[in-house]
Design a protein around this ligand. Sequence first.
Ligand code: AGP
Length: 620
Amino acid sequence: MCGIVGYVGHRPCRDLLIAGLEKLEYRGYDSAGISLLQDGHIDSVRAVGNLANLRAAVGLDGDNGDGGVAIVAPPATIGLAHTRWATHGRVTEENAHPHGDCDGQIQIVLNGIVENHAELRRELQAEGHSFSSETDAEIVAHLIERHDKGDLTEAVRAAFAELRGHYAFAAMHADHPDTLVAARQECPLIVGLGEGETFVASAIPAFLAQTRQVLLVENGEIVTVHASGAELTEAGGAPVSRESEEVTWDEDAAEKGGFPTFMLKEIHEQPDAVAETIADRLPAMDRVDLSALELSDELIAGMRRIVIVACGTSYHAGLVGRYAIEQWARVPVEMDIASEYRYRDPVVGPDDLVIGITQSGETADTLAAMRLARERGATVMALTNVIGSQATRDADTVLFTRAGLEIGVPATKTFTSQVAAMYLLGLWLAQARGTLPREEIAALIAELKGIPSKISTTIEAVDTRVRAIARSHAEARFFLYLGRNIGLPVCLEGALKMKEISYIPSDAYAAGEMKHGPIALLDESTPVVCVATESPILDKVLSNVAEVRARGADVIAIATEGSERVAEVADQILYVPPTDWILQPILAVVPLQLLAYHVARLQGLNVDQPRNLAKTVTVE
Ligand code: AGP
């Protein structure tokens, strides 16, 4: 998740663009860049690291360094800027945006992922285009160059038609000093309309200090931006008329994208996070591509088992992954809490694949467990959200989630992205080991590709009901979560969220275990949250739920749309869209995130920074 911002108007825009990037830094900050057009000449400066390095490079803090922009920057009144969260290509200056075409006359900044970048790059290289970065994004500049016949909007339209993926980009051309053209495919893009100036950006905070008049750009649309305003057109060229709107957010709300907290914003970012995490790893409707992991065929075919080590929410994502990998790839998966694993002198060796799941990539216990396994000869994979983190250095290979920066301490979008990555791994291993027929893999890939929009549907469908349920249980002294099989990790995650942000004691239990003790905890005042989505053992879950209902507990069930039987044993039901039963957890967790969130908010608690908790636990 990167941040893009563009400006065309009457004011010198170097500082405006850098200020815009500072408001987008929450989207990603491993490198940044700016391109300014003045008198037909484009100057670009890019820098690795956070924005302070770019500021220094453009001489904003008095030190001109050797950045060219410092010379012409002030007068330029059109430009593009970008802050990066690397997905394709290492964190280097060459891979930082803006990217240019062969002679740099066309500049682009992009947020998201171009899925068909490899084949387009081959085509363009065959036509003589020379590339200067490893990124998928640079493709766009060369495609616009390929179609450039003097009309920037039409060149962008032709390029847009060739792209596949999940992205938004903006383009500038040295021959068109009064025009920027941008396009949107899934990823956010917004226009800011000022007096004699216009902004285009990934999010409103980038220009909110300059104008509160915004024009929404919908999916599949192209917008041509001038100082005097913006014209929207459909991908096919038909004009689109849309009223602009006034934004009333204050500074704090702006940083949170209009949401009251980072946690709620990040819950709403889950569709994007999952979409970007799976995007180019599903290059075809029946194929998963994780070849970037460079795991040897011997290991894939001969691995004795997979061991997953992690802490907290990441551990719960691993638990979901275990079901998927065992079910699809028939590889035994052992789970362990990292802080326990390292002290139990584990039996692990060369035939084992050890996966350390850690969104921050800096959790001490998980790192230590990974190092121990590596010392004992196992192949170690890190599943992390942070490029350049310690985990990426302590592992033999890395599978990245692409959730963007997660600021709220309670992990939400990184959890669903980790689960999505686990599904990719399970399918890829099944594909490589031939344990699932191609049609079944194709069917599961189709379901997985549908998950981002189903998460959006779930949030919209359940939020109001969850608020009502939260109101009726905000005073509860204890929450119990029940589930079985792949529903149990979802319960563990729901209970952890409730504990960490509402401070209400909460426990998650395998429903079949209830009668062996925990059922004694129940009385009329106990809200019992049951994950009862469609699965081969739903009957079992429902009979366990009936047991607790019989003790007067108030049952809140998470069920699959269309599943009637749950109504017999539950007082309140929150429905999630149907999908393959192994994929249901990535949807079923959403109502649980929202329940914990609304219960905590009703108590006026700071959900983004709960007491006693840190986002990254770097101590053992
Ligand atoms: C989850 O909401 C918590 N922030 C915490 O349990 C977290 O999952 C745990 O500390 C692991 O963090 P990691 O994924 O960065 O390793």
